[in-house]
Design a binder for this molecule. Structure first.
Ligand SMILES: Nc1ncnc2c1ncn2[C@@H]1O[C@H](COP(=O)(O)OP(=O)(O)OP(=O)(O)O)[C@@H](O)[C@H]1O
Ligand SMILES: [Mg+2]
Length: 343
């Protein structure tokens, strides 16, 4: 066996996470790049770029190169990953492979672009692994058994739902309603109903502080935020209540429930029986929205479990698969292996 090293990567809309055998999660950074428009050069990446979001001088542009789980700006995504992957913790050699997790239902072009990004950053081979499979693996669901599991990953840019059985995805669906969508609905709601402009970070603060899928008891019910008055243009503050936030995000939650119904409708009946028995497994940052499990349980009619470590389960699962890639090759059998210098 050659001195083979494998890096597992979850290239998310909101965050990039990398996992190394024996070391665990070695990168957990916002997927944000700050660019100087005058020179077209990257000036900051990750956490330091995030602090610039919405607060940048006019010639600095903070952008997210991943959009809805898909590479939207190849050059910037490549630069961002170059910075992260050049950290000394990474075992670069001629034989360093990458297992990159991807959402379901990507086009061939989108998949190839993930492969190219990591090839151009020095990977020997690039394997693609569907994110719901990785999440299921990390939570030790026995995906080799002839029973079906329904995994729903509510991230920032995309909600990815997949029914898997006997180590493969049987049916899946992806929609663009997820954490970012909720933030945009909050920005819109504050503007239209409370007559104040706010930016994305404030919307995120509101969602985390008082966002919920069902009415709450015994929890924080309002938050005071600052922004710019729509009419006067002057700074002011408003109190935002949980009830109004719920009214803004509920239509998005209904979209996710509709997609769940659609997915179950096209699932073979035997597997639907398994889902009834096993319930739904939620992961991704969106699964941390208060009461989302209760809401789905009520409206879909099956038990809902929030997976352990919902933000990092995809990268950890892919790390576990990468540790024994030869045993789990069939899980990455859709892998695109291109231009391997050894072949
Ligand atoms: N407690 C919380 N309540 C509600 N939403 C939350 C909470 N914590 C995190 N989130 C949301 O989760 C999202 C980030 O989740 P995650 O890290 O799974 O996304 P990602 O993997 O980067 O994106 P994607 O999978 O869509 O490409 C953000 O939109 C964030 O606002
Ligand atoms: Mg994700």
């Amino acid at each position: 066996m050659l001195l083979k090293k494998v890096i597992s990567i979850d290239l998310g809309t909101n965050g990039v996470r990398c996992y190394l055998k024996g070391k665990g999660i070695v990168v957990d950074e916002p997927a944000i790049v700050a660019v100087n428009n005058r020179t077209n050069k990257m000036v900051a990446v990750g956490r330091s770029a995030k602090t610039m979001l919405d607060r940048t001088p006019s010639h600095i542009n903070a952008l997210r190169p991943i959009n809805h789980g898909v590479i939207a700006d190849f050059d910037m995504a490549k630069e961002m990953m170059r910075v992260f992957l050049r950290r000394s913790v990474f075992p670069w050699s001629f034989f360093t492979d990458i297992v990159a997790t991807v959402p379901t239902n990507l086009t061939e072009v989108e998949r190839k672009s993930v492969v190219d990004l990591f090839k151009e950053n020095g990977a020997s081979r690039v394997y693609l692994l569907e994110q719901p499979l990785a999440a299921a693996f990390s939570n030790r669901l026995d995906i080799y058994r002839p029973t079906a599991y329904l995994i729903v990953d509510i991230g920032a840019g995309t909600t990815d739902m997949a029914i898997m059985s006997m180590n493969g995805i049987v049916v899946s669906k992806r929609l663009k309603v997820a954490g970012d969508y909720f933030n945009h609905e909050i920005i819109k709601g504050v503007r239209e109903e409370l007559q104040m402009y706010i930016g994305e970070p404030t919307a995120e603060d509101i969602k985390l502080a008082v966002g919920s899928a069902i009415p709450l008891t015994g929890e924080r019910l309002d938050i005071t935020v600052r922004g710019r008055d729509v009419a006067s243009g002057l700074p002011r503050e408003v109190v935002v209540k949980d009830t109004i936030v719920r009214s803004w995000i509920s239509p998005g939650l209904e979209n996710i429930e509709d997609a769940l119904h659609d997915l179950i409708e096209v699932t073979p009946p035997e597997l639907v029986g398994d889902i009834y028995k096993n319930g739904i497994y939620l992961c991704g940052g969106g699964s941390l929205l208060r009461g989302i499990d209760e809401l789905f349980k009520k409206n879909v009619g099956v038990d809902v479990t929030i997976m352990d470590e919902p933000l990092t389960c995809v990268v950890r699962g892919s790390g576990m698969i990468a540790e024994n890639l030869s045993d789990h090759k069939h899980l990455v059998d859709t892998a695109v292996v291109l231009g391997d210098p050894r072949t």
